[in-house]
Design a protein around this ligand. Structure first.
Ligand code: 2F8
Length: 431
């Protein structure tokens, strides 16, 4: 019976409510109690009961062992789970430890810094306290000063208002004075002018007075002389009266002659004006003819003629002697070129390298003339020219070999060369 109770106890207690140690101790107690009960029972009883009990014990044992097994399995899984959790916890703790160590070091540093800062703040606090005390004093002084200034300000405001009034009165007074001043200035300027004029008048009068005195004295003298002269003149007057009568006659004749000349002059003016008109008309007519001629030339020679200023130029392409070249130009209604300016020469140089110009001294050696008979005024002889080399050079060519040494040279008129023809406009257009 006792054994059954014991095993009932074993089966009834809740293993899950105890920890592992407690459960083990409980199990040991149970087995020890069972053994003790077993020793106390009689042998017959023991045998009968042993058989029965053994059966019960075996069943109970099996149940218990099964329960243990289940418990142990659950316990092992719980332990594994705990182990896992503990491992994770340990790792977390390690990390946490590491972080805490770092944090501690940072805190140490921070602590150190804070200590320094605190010391600085203490100092600063001390300084600020001193400063505050000074400021308190200063504030007190300033307050007193402000009160004084308030008073002063009040007094000044009153003074300002008085001054404003006074100022307004002064402005009115000033404006009146300004007007008065303006009027006085104008009056003064007028007086100045009048004074100046009067001074000038006085000076002139002084001079005049002086001159008149001198004149009077001279007149007195003169009067005396004149009296004498008058007597002489009376005589002379008589003679002159005779002469005047003669002149009157002569004058009458001259007046008649002048009137005749005046008439003649009027007639000539009457004749001159219609002639002038005719001349203008003819001039216009000639300008038209000139323009027609130019058109004709342009048409006839199209791209072969070039224009520069008030002339047309033809640049020949065949070499001929001077006379033949000139005839060629004349056949074209032009003549060999006459060069009047450096610009004209430079224009020609742009079109041609070398050629005849309308300049020669054939009539008299050394007396160079242009083809229109005009003498040479502007010259562009090269250095050392004209040379009349071997006494055979009477016609002029231009060349643009070296412009610094100028352009013209005299060569034999029989030499073949190209030439430049010029057709000057008779009435250049007036710009
Ligand atoms: O050296 C100057 C001289 O040179 C030539 O004669 C050798 C010229 N003649 C011709 O170009 C045909 C001269 O005119 C010139 O003076």
């Amino acid at each position: 019976m006792a054994t059954e109770l014991i095993y009932d106890e074993v089966g009834s207690f809740e293993l899950g409510e105890m920890d592992r140690g407690e459960r083990m101790e409980k199990m040991v107690d149970i087995y020890e109690s069972a053994d003790a009960v077993r020793v106390q029972e009689t042998s017959t009883e023991r045998e009968r009961r042993t058989q029965q009990t053994d059966m019960n014990v075996d069943q109970t044992k099996d149940r218990t062992i099964l329960a243990w097994k289940e418990n142990l399995t659950a316990e092992r899984e719980a332990s594994i789970s705990i182990f896992r959790n503990l491992t994770e916890e340990r790792d977390q703790l390690k990390n946490s430890n590491k972080n805490l160590t770092e944090e501690r070091d940072q805190l140490k540093n921070s602590n150190k810094n804070l200590t320094e800062e605190r010391d600085q703040l203490k100092n600063s606090n001390k300084n600020l306290t001193e400063e505050r005390d000074q400021l308190k004093n200063s504030n007190k002084n300033l307050t007193e000063e402000r009160d004084q200034l308030k008073n002063s300000n009040k007094n000044l405001s009153e003074e300002r208002n008085q001054l404003k009034n006074s100022n307004q009165n002064l402005i009115g007074e000033r404006d009146q004075l300004k007007n008065s001043n303006k009027n006085l200035t104008e009056e003064r300027d007028q007086l100045k002018n009048s004074n100046k004029n009067l001074t000038e008048e006085r000076d002139q009068l002084k001079n005049s007075n002086k001159n008149l005195s001198e004149e009077r004295n001279q007149l007195r003298n003169s009067n005396k002389n004149l009296s004498e002269e008058r007597n002489q003149l009376k005589n002379s007057n008589k003679n002159l009266s005779e002469e005047r009568n003669q002149l009157k006659n002569s004058n009458k004749n001259l007046t008649e002659e002048r009137d005749q000349l005046k008439n003649s002059f009027q007639c000539l003016i009457g004749e001159r004006d219609p002639l002038n008109k005719t001349l203008s008309k003819e001039r216009l007519l000639l300008q038209d003819i000139d323009a027609d001629l130019v058109k004709w030339l342009e048409k006839l020679h199209s791209d072969k003629w070039r224009t520069f200023n008030s002339s047309y130029y033809y640049f020949s392409t065949v070499g001929k002697n001077w006379n033949e070249a000139r005839q060629d130009c004349r056949a074209r209604g032009a003549d060999l070129v006459i060069i009047n300016s450096r610009e004209e020469q430079e224009f020609i140089n742009k079109q041609m390298e070398y050629g005849w110009i309308g300049l020669s001294d054939t009539e008299k050696e050394g007396q160079w003339k242009w083809v229109d008979g005009s003498p040479l005024t502007t010259v562009f002889w090269r250095k050392g020219e004209p040379s009349d080399h071997e006494g055979k050079e009477n016609c002029a060519v231009f060349s643009k070999l070296d412009q610094r040494q100028n352009f013209w040279n005299d060569v034999p008129c029989s030499e073949p060369a190209k030439c430049v023809c010029e057709f000057p406009l008779l009435f250049p257009k007036v710009l």
